[in-house]
Design a protein around this ligand. Structure first.
Ligand code: UDP
Length: 476
């Protein structure tokens, strides 16, 4: 579909994990379909410090990025206000800026796309007579749970996590109670109500875009189309348009980590990273350090201060590094003992470049959806270590449905994973037949991902379909 006469605005929630998929969608619309895109970025006084590290140029002629006036919610939050509620508040506070920015644009957008935290912008789309879409840069399974949550809310008594039986969702893989998304963990918390409202609003758009593809989630996507219950709930098209993920961006210079990787044998290094916000407890960091050391496998580990350190500035600033340069939150002498084995990177690494390096053969990941897609598309098998949001669902899907990951016996959010279990998982991924079997499966997923995105592929066609609807609405 040639969308060269179309202009689409996309509203991006704050945080790297939200901004990255929006910029990827903007690039995709511009480069593949010729659409002009304006990205409206919600900013806060505490914008993520990593955003300058994001090597993701946007298509210069067609994609414009506009930072909305920073939102301030400190007067609204209490010490126990959870992340989802905070994000919904930020987006709510940003709405006046969204409205004024859109009304000041020379060329009024034909469609407004929001992510799932921005669904309260629906009336703005109506006000400016724009088509309205919601982009959930995650799995169809997560969206099924989100939309079905208002039904579960009526049917299920007590906390979801206390249920003895799996949570049933029509036509979809049932959900283990312990895997529910963060806002469903406590039904008495305000963020649960935000989530239920979000589920209700998702079906009021002209369509839902998902960062997945037909072959990866055929069962759930088919259920949306064919299951009678779903057809009565979701009367709008669901467009799987992925996997949109960051490409490798060679810039001529090599970081020290990539230079080190260049010297390692193929598939010999496990990459350990827990996303843009993932933090572990001090005890878990210690176990992980010993587990990696005991596995005797090569590693790159992106470390962040422990959760306790972040909450306690005095703890954080009073200690820095040991005599051999080991950060204070790793076991003493770790850098010396593992100098030949691995590299520790503080806070942020060029993940896409690392995952695409031939020396990397495994990824211990928090299962954020961007990281998961980057791993699948690089053909790197995973150790699933979910921490927050919808990551427990992602981990279960990777292990049970796709068979492309191993995971700890007990969720890392419930128990500290002990060093010997970590040693065993890393060895099984990097060393054994198990790892090789997983790698092979990854290869097939990678091929199906490429096919979906290419011209005439399922995701390409699905995005074209959405643009046709936008164009048709203009003519009415
Ligand atoms: N990322 C990175 N370097 C890091 C940590 C994260 O490049 O050290 C990128 C990663 O490649 C991914 C994104 O940040 O594209 C994280 O998104 P994801 O959905 O995986 O997790 P989130 O950070 O939202 O929990």
């Amino acid at each position: 579909m040639d969308g060269s006469k179309l202009h689409v605005a996309i509203l991006a929630s704050p945080g790297m994990g939200h901004l990255i998929p929006v910029l990827l969608l903007a690039n995709r619309l511009a480069t593949q379909h010729g659409v002009k895109v304006t990205v409206l970025e919600v900013t806060t006084a505490f914008s993520p410090s990593e955003s300058h590290l994001l090597k993701l140029p946007t298509e210069k002629n067609l994609v414009e990025r506009i930072e909305l006036p920073p939102v301030e919610i400190s007067h609204l939050i209490k010490p126990d206000t959870k992340v989802v509620e905070q994000l919904c508040m930020m987006l709510r506070e940003a709405l006046p800026g969204v409205r004024s920015t859109i009304s000041a644009l020379n060329h009024r957008p034909d469609a407004l796309i929001v992510d799932h935290f921005g669904t309260e912008a629906l009336p703005i789309a109506a006000e400016f007579n724009m088509a309205k879409y919601v982009y959930v840069p995650s799995t169809a399974w997560f969206v099924a749970l989100t939309i079905y949550c208002p039904v579960l809310d009526k049917e299920v008594e007590g906390q979801y996590v206390d249920q003895q039986d799996l949570l049933k969702i029509p036509g979809c893989k049932p959900i283990r109670p312990e895997d529910v998304v963060d806002p469903m963990l406590d039904r008495n918390d305000q963020q649960y109500y935000e989530y239920v409202s979000m589920g209700n609003r998702l079906t009021q758009f002209d369509g839902i875009l998902l960062n997945t593809w037909e072959d990866l989630e055929s069962t759930t996507l088919k259920a949306f189309k064919e299951n009678e219950i779903w057809r009565s709930i979701v009367k709008i098209p669901v467009h799987p348009i992925g996997p949109l993920r960051r490409p490798v961006q060679p810039d001529g210079s090599k970081s020290a980590v990539i230079e080190w990787l260049d010297k390692q044998p193929n598939d010999s290094v496990v990459f350990v990273s827990f996303g843009s916000g993932g933090m572990l407890s001090a005890q878990q960091i210690t176990e992980l350090a010993f587990g990696l050391e005991m596995s005797e496998q090569k590693f790159i580990w992106v470390v962040r201060p422990p959760t306790e350190g972040a909450a306690d500035d005095a703890f954080f600033t009073s200690k820095t590094v040991d005599s051999d340069g080991t950060p204070y939150y790793l076991p003493e002498g770790f850098s010396t003992r593992t100098g030949n084995l691995g590299r520790v990177v503080s806070m942020w690494a060029q993940q896409v470049e690392i995952l695409n390096h031939p020396s990397v053969g495994g990824f211990m990941t928090h299962c954020g959806w961007n990281s998961t897609l980057e791993s699948i598309c690089s053909g790197v098998p995973m150790i699933a270590w979910p921490l927050y949001a919808e990551q427990r669902l992602n981990a279960t899907y990777l292990v049970e449905e796709l068979g492309i990951s191993v995971r700890p016996l007990v969720l890392p959010t419930k128990n500290v994973v002990a060093r010997d279990e970590i040693e065993k998982m890393v060895r099984s991924l990097m060393d054994d037949e198990e790892g090789k079997k997983i790698s092979l499966l990854q290869f097939f997923d990678f091929l199906s991902a490429e096919n979906a995105l290419s011209k005439g592929g399922s995701s390409y066609n699905s995005l074209s379909e959405m643009l046709k609807h936008v164009a048709a609405k203009l003519k009415v």
